[in-house]
Design a protein around this ligand. Structure first.
Ligand SMILES: Nc1ncnc2c1ncn2[C@@H]1O[C@H](COP(=O)(O)OP(=O)(O)OP(=O)(O)O)[C@@H](O)[C@H]1O
Length: 716
């Protein structure tokens, strides 16, 4: 064809021959595609996506089955009428057939909520979950209390061996915080016209100094504790409640491991990621077998699982858990739900500001119409266990008669928890010198009955959630990211764990200055956490007022730009070019606060709640009023008596403009605040038809964790 064209025509087409009349190449020349007409729907339609296809197929199968059942029911009804025996009409029979499910809804769905201290597990059809300690005792050379030998001799003696006054045992800084809180409380109580004896503290200290325990022989103690007997041969590990009841001095020794600490994986006490997740799976497996009585693992393939994850979850943790549930436990389907969302389901609210005070972490999140508001998520690293520790410290400071108490010993930990639950209160009217008693039960020893007096310690210890400087925050970030790497974007390598503007703001307020030698290339996770410099209270107590102030518009830089600076552009939609990304990576700039592992999120609860709400409301005053009037407190840490009223007063003092609206709610129907999240997840697990976040076996086998992007209600 080309040969027949004129030289001009060929010149125009750019295909002019050389002088020997031959073409430059025998390869066919392909003209460039006209971009105007260029179109592809590759990966743009749902039917190209396995996850959606399987979902549709499942829906179709269900509809076909329903139609078949319908036909069958009609046929049966006709036969019966023809025989003249049935008096009722066919519809009634059909309804009967539809309304008689073969098995109770949710009886094949297992709901798992793992906490730092408690595991809650049950079938979705159960009214309440089974609660057991999230702990495993492993055979070891020494027990954990022997590893950390810190009781009386070390704490209460000077280096030269002379006796140390308990007031000095915890350092002058801690004592001065305690004394200041005590003085503030006195002033506050006077303002509220509460009567106080001027020398209450001295009375308490003098009483405690003098008191000696009464010995009760073991056979005279009707309430003596049941200790776990070690069988022969001794088991390699013991889990749950029996683990907590293994005597410290057992032969052989057992050491306790808590795989979840402060709401994160416990990277401090484990030496490898494998052993950490092995323990998690052993605890969960044991609970399914012994608490839910599903002893044969083969049957688990017929069960689905709803797993509760934190609002600000670590992606690598979720991926690992999904793998465990799918591969090891071989569940038929798995789905995830975030804690706060589950709490609103459990309470039956459509929107609320959920405050979950657990044992070692407190999370806050505003939920609106079935979605967590991402920028309102806050996760603080303290909870009920910090209150227990602080209560014991305060009591020791005031000459607690059982001076040898050591929370690393199992019996002492259980005793301290019990004392805290029974004695601590946020009710100011109950603050007066009072006598209490307790029984100390140690395996193989006679029971000792102690009496002691307590005064403001019962109030000041739980007050710590509003003044976390009194908590011991020194070891909470030790080991973070040593076993489990931060999740990163597969394209640009930037951290891609979920972030929240509210959390960033708190982290910014808490951030210790960056060490001058630290490389600011985003490799912040390599920096050694500088625990000593971490302040336990905001350096700028009013740093948040700008954001929280709805009347004014000024915003802090964090609030104005929720995404971290060095990840923002790439996450926002991948608009940055590789060259720009490379240039940006080389530019020296400080790492975003979310990417720093040396910041301890420990912040006053009332301020944290207001920060969360401010970010959820985004200057919309009506929303602000809605959330501030719908604060729901859940979790075991909120069970301290008088907590709700106290929190309400604190918030009113901080936001007098909203004092009429502020309302702290409890879950309805007298539901235990500790199980609301589990309950919500069980409701979620029973939803049929509307829940499309189930991850099935086939799709997981083919796509693996990539599937999460299609299956999560939130941005994964
Ligand atoms: N009646 C009570 N009064 C005060 N505190 C209580 C009471 N009952 C339980 N707690 C505290 O609640 C905490 C346990 O709460 P919860 O089970 O919600 O925590 P978790 O889910 O295991 O932990 P986290 O949420 O930190 O991961 C413990 O610190 C316990 O001492």
């Amino acid at each position: 064809m080309v040969g027949k064209k004129s030289g001009k025509a060929l010149r125009d087409e750019g295909l002019e021959r050389t002088d020997n009349n031959m073409e430059l190449s025998s390869w066919p020349q392909i003209p460039a595609i006209n971009q105007k007409n260029y179109y592809t729907d590759y990966l743009k339609r749902d039917d190209q996506n396995l996850a959606f296809r399987l979902q549709n197929e499942e829906a179709r199968t269900k509809m076909t089955k329903k139609a078949k059942d319908h036909d069958r029911a009609l046929a049966m009804a006709k036969t019966e009428t023809a025989e003249g025996e049935g008096e009722g009409d066919g519809d009634a029979h059909m309804e009967d057939a539809e309304e008689t499910p073969t098995e109770m809804a949710g009886s094949k769905v297992i709901i798992i909520h793992m906490g730092s201290q408690n595991l809650r597990i049950g079938l979705a059809s159960d009214a309440l979950p089974k609660t057991l300690p999230m702990v495993i005792a492993r055979k070891a050379a020494t027990s954990e209390s022997e590893d950390h030998d810190e009781p009386k001799p070390k704490r209460f003696k000077h280096d030269d061996g002379s006796e140390m006054e308990p007031e000095k045992a915890f350092g002058s800084e801690w004592s001065s915080h305690f004394n200041r809180m005590s003085a503030d409380l006195k002033v506050h109580m006077r303002q509220n016209k509460r009567r106080m004896l001027p020398n209450s503290k001295e009375m308490v200290v003098n009483y405690n100094r003098r008191t000696v325990p009464e010995i009760i022989s073991e056979h005279n103690d009707p309430m003596r504790a049941e200790w776990t007997e070690i069988s022969n041969p001794p088991p390699e590990y013991i889990v749950g409640q029996p683990a907590l009841r293994v005597p410290d001095s057992s032969k052989p020794r057992y050491k306790l491991y808590w795989p979840i600490r402060n709401g994160w994986c416990n990277e401090k006490d484990y030496t490898s990621k494998r052993s950490l997740f092995l323990d998690i799976s052993l605890i969960v497996e044991d609970a399914i077998k012994n608490q839910l009585h599903l002893t044969s693992k083969k049957d688990w393939t017929q069960y689905s699982c709803v797993f509760v994850i934190p609002d600000l979850y670590d992606k690598s943790y979720v991926t690992q858990i999904l793998d465990m549930l799918m591969r090891e436990f071989a569940f038929a389907r798995v789905c995830f739900i975030q804690e706060s969302l589950a709490a609103t389901f459990g309470a039956g609210f459509t929107s609320a500001c959920v405050v979950d005070i657990g044992a070692q972490k407190t999370s806050i999140c505003c939920v609106e119409e079935g979605m967590c508001i991402e920028n309102s998520r806050v996760n603080l690293k303290f909870g009920g266990q910090d209150v227990t520790e602080t209560f014991v410290k305060m009591m020791l400071h005031d000459h607690f008669p059982y001076a040898d108490i050591n929370l690393r010993r199992r019996h002492d930990f259980l005793l301290a928890e019990e004392l805290k639950k029974n004695i601590c209160t946020m009710n100011e009217a109950s603050v007066s010198p009072q006598v209490f008693d307790f029984h100390l039960r140690v395996a193989g020893q006679d029971t000792r009955k102690y009496t002691f007096k307590a005064f403001d310690e019962v109030h000041l210890a739980p007050m710590g959630v509003f003044e976390p400087v009194i908590f011991d925050n020194s070891d909470k970030i030790i080991g973070r990211r040593t076993l489990i790497d931060r999740s990163v974007d597969i394209y640009d390598g930037s951290p891609n764990d979920p972030t929240s503007a509210a959390q960033s703001e708190i982290l910014t307020a808490m951030a210790p200055p960056l060490p001058s030698h630290s490389k600011t290339n985003g490799d912040s996770h390599l920096a050694v956490p500088d625990v000593q410099t971490t302040p336990s209270r905001p350096q700028h107590p009013h740093a948040l007022s700008k954001v929280q102030d709805l009347e004014g518009t000024p915003r802090s830089s964090v609030a104005g730009s929720p995404a971290p600076e060095n990840t923002g552009t790439s996450q926002a939609g991948g608009t940055s070019t590789p060259a720009a990304t490379a240039a940006a990576a080389q530019a020296p700039r400080p790492p975003a606060v979310e990417d720093r592992d040396d910041i301890m999120p420990v912040f006053a609860l009332d301020n944290a709640i207001l920060t969360s709400i401010a970010h959820a409301a985004r200057s919309d005053e009506k929303k602000m009023r809605d959330f501030i009037g719908g604060i729901m407190v859940v979790g075991g840490g909120s069970l301290t008596s008088g907590f709700h009223l106290f929190l309400e007063e604190r918030l009113q003092a901080l936001r007098p403009g909203f004092s009429k609206e502020i309302m702290i709610g409890t879950p309805p129907r007298d539901l235990d605040p500790q199980v609301v999240v589990w309950k919500g997840a069980s409701i979620f697990g029973k939803l049929s038809g509307t829940n499309d976040s189930w991850i099935g076996r086939l799709e997981y086998d083919r796509l693996g964790p990539r599937l999460m992007a299609y299956k999560c209600m939130w941005a994964y």
